[in-house]
Design a protein around this ligand. Structure first.
Ligand code: WT7
Length: 647
């Protein structure tokens, strides 16, 4: 659990009456029935080619929303805005790695976006991509990544985006699982002034074994000299002879329940899970939540500083904001490069009105001091958002004060890859804000906090967060794994979705999230399973056994601590520690590299041979160990404790 536990807000913030008057969200929405609410939203916000005849068909654990309707996500995100006379409106202020003053900054209008998407979709068609043909995307935060996703949606080709910082191995595994024949990538990526070998990484992964991928399409970002083989084609060459006229590549009508994308995410065991998202419910869910939670207006300038490789990027960089026809910032870089004030320069230059980011990013800004923000005019900011991990009340207060000018309400939004869109959040102009609490279910939803026996708990009793009703963007299962879907989410309680998070209600009925209760860690808002890191470690020739736990970290929320025993009873040294940490980075991606690695002659096991994970967690946190009498060899933990202390 996070360090949130037990921390109550000291102050509350009632809504600004001006905001209440003009807010998109209305208090009556909470009174509407589930189907009534979503029916109204779907009709108001989404353009359907053919109307649906049933709002919801619920056969727990599978939902079908807007049954019988047809639509296209790309049409909703791009074409309809051009048809409605908004072609010249900026869709994306694309800010490159070297910041908003860079000559490479681009303002891409909805018409520009349409032409680029049509041209790329026509290019993909030449490679046999069409309705139902899955495509892998391994890119970083450049406009072509958004173009690639929308081109797939236009053709009805499901995409799976693999986070650009993951290893080539991770790319190959995911593409092979979904049987992608085409992978879209870029030559190199730029992050914080450093180049990252995207294409070379992809090749390494694909060449590591048999693969379904037959063609690799390469967008040029740096123009660097990357090896191109028979399998490869540059995107610009693929598009050299295609039309960018939308009438030459109409948006494919998709059934509301047709697959829009798969996104792989970590579970507590086994390989990453392919979370299935379909078209109608997902698009309705992200468009509605984006509109109401961030109170978007025609002239809003919205910036979500996440990455398209995660669900936040899918829902709140690409599909939600574009479907709402909003002007967004798309930023390639990282906080703090080229200067510590680059974020605030971006806000000032484009007049950002809504900023959505993670507690980890805010903590970096806190560390650097408020003077960087103070150098810039941030007075355009109306709404702030937070996502990915519990936000500490102090961090909330800093964000509100220094970025929001003491006025802009902070929306602490709880949701998951599996939920598709925001489910627990305050609403601007309605909710009295309580720092450190995500507070209230979104209209149409209900939550409970239950104990392990299934009893609903009351105020101040921590337990497991469950959802008792379906929602439109909910996952439609795990790809080709019905059993795992049922076991992971629907077996703990027979009648509710088990989220895997701890939570408690306070005296006012507001909900406070308390972190994961399973073996999934949250490092800088990135979800990493201890199992995956353990698997990567034991793949190293010198490692006999590995176990991974997380400890609290003031900067990254949690940090990974790995416990390793070596083959042949060998003792490790600092050099091997480095080697193993890098090995994990290479196998999974840098984000999974253990912050700390501890060698042990053996891992703490019970007599039945089970690793005692609770103990490892205590050791990682530097806590008292309690009862160790059930261990085969209690001395192993003493030895480990000394190493943690010695760091
Ligand atoms: C897990 C889901 C939601 C998009 C980003 C992460 C944690 C997320 C909050 C929040 C407390 C949060 C939960 C959840 N989480 N938002 N506002 N307060 N915890 O998506 O990778 O699927 O991770 O992130 O533990 O289960 P994800």
């Amino acid at each position: 659990m996070s360090d949130q536990q037990g921390q109550a807000a000291t102050r509350t913030y009632p809504p600004d009456p001006e905001l209440s008057k003009s807010a998109n969200a209305r208090p009556e929405m909470k009174e509407q029935g589930l189907e009534e609410f979503w029916d109204e939203q779907a009709k108001q916000r989404i353009s359907w080619f053919e109307d649906y005849d049933t709002v919801l068909e619920w056969n727990q654990p599978y939902a079908k929303w807007f049954v019988g309707g047809t639509l296209n996500a790309c049409y909703n995100c791009v074409d309809r805005h051009v048809e409605n006379g908004k072609g010249d409106k900026v869709a994306l202020h694309a800010v490159p790695d070297d910041g908003p003053d860079s000559p490479d900054a681009q303002d891409i209008t909805f018409s520009d976006l349409q032409r680029r998407v049509v041209a790329f979709a026509n290019g993909l068609r030449k490679l046999g991509v069409g309705k139902g043909v899955p495509v892998g995307i391994y890119m970083q935060m450049i406009p072509d990544a958004v173009v690639a996703m929308l081109a797939c949606a236009r053709l009805g080709a499901p995409h799976t985006v693999v986070f650009g910082g993951f290893s080539g191995k991770a790319v190959a595994e995911r593409c092979n699982d979904l049987e992608c024949t085409v992978l879209v990538t870029q030559d190199e990526a730029l992050r914080g002034g450093k180049s990252f070998p995207q294409k070379v990484n992809a090749d390494e992964g694909l060449d590591g074994g048999p693969t379904s991928v037959e063609k690799v399409v390469v967008f040029r970002r740096t123009g660097g000299d990357v090896p191109m083989g028979d399998r490869d084609v540059y995107a610009d060459e693929l598009m050299s002879d295609v039309s960018d006229d939308p009438s030459e590549c109409p948006c494919e009508p998709m059934d509301a329940e047709d697959l829009l994308f798969l996104l792989y995410t970590s579970g507590s065991t086994g390989k990453p899970k392919g979370v299935v998202h379909t078209t109608g419910g997902y698009l309705t869910g992200v468009t509605t939540t984006h509109n109401l939670v961030f109170d978007v207006k025609e002239d809003s300038v919205y910036w979500c500083a996440a990455d398209i490789g995660w669900i936040t990027g899918h829902s709140y960089i690409v599909y939600g904001p574009l479907s709402n026809g909003v002007t967004s910032v798309l930023y390639e870089g990282v906080p703090g490069y080229p200067d510590k004030d680059v974020w605030w320069k971006i806000v000032e230059k484009y007049g950002v009105t809504i900023l959505y980011t993670s507690p980890t990013a805010i903590r970096s800004h806190i560390k650097w001091g408020p003077e960087h923000a103070q150098k810039h005019d941030l007075s355009t900011i109306r709404i702030l958002g937070s996502v990915g991990e519990p936000i500490n009340p102090e961090v909330w207060e800093w964000y509100h004060e220094h970025i929001g000018g003491g006025k802009a309400p902070v929306m602490d939004t709880w949701w998951q890859t599996e939920t598709g869109h925001i489910l627990i959040t305050p609403l601007p102009g309605i909710t009295t804000l309580k720092p450190g609490s995500a507070q209230q279910p979104f209209p149409g939803l209900e939550f409970e906090v239950r104990d392990d026996e299934g009893n609903a708990l009351g105020a101040n009793e921590p337990g497991n967060l469950v959802l008792t009703r379906p929602w439109p963007g909910m996952m439609r299962g795990l790809y080709k794994d019905d059993q795992r879907y049922r076991e992971t989410y629907w077996s703990k309680y027979s009648d509710a979705y088990f989220a895997g998070d701890g939570a408690k209600f306070d005296d006012d009925g507001d909900l406070q999230l308390m972190g994961r209760i399973d073996d999934v860690t949250n490092v800088s808002g990135h979800r990493i399973s201890t199992f995956e890191v353990e698997s990567a470690l034991v793949e190293h020739e010198k490692v006999a056994e590995a176990a991974v736990a997380a400890r609290r970290d003031p900067d990254t929320g949690q940090a990974i601590v790995a416990f390793v025993s070596l083959k042949g009873g060998n003792e490790g040294d600092d050099e091997l520690k480095q080697v193993l940490r890098e090995h994990v980075a290479k196998q999974i991606g840098k984000l999974a590299r253990p912050a700390e690695l501890i060698f042990a002659s053996d891992l703490p096991k019970t007599r039945s041979g089970k690793i005692m994970r609770r103990l490892l967690k205590n050791i990682a946190e530097g806590e008292e160990l309690g009862d160790t009498s059930t261990l085969v060899d209690p001395t192993v933990v003493e030895d480990m404790k000394k190493q943690v202390g010695a760091k």
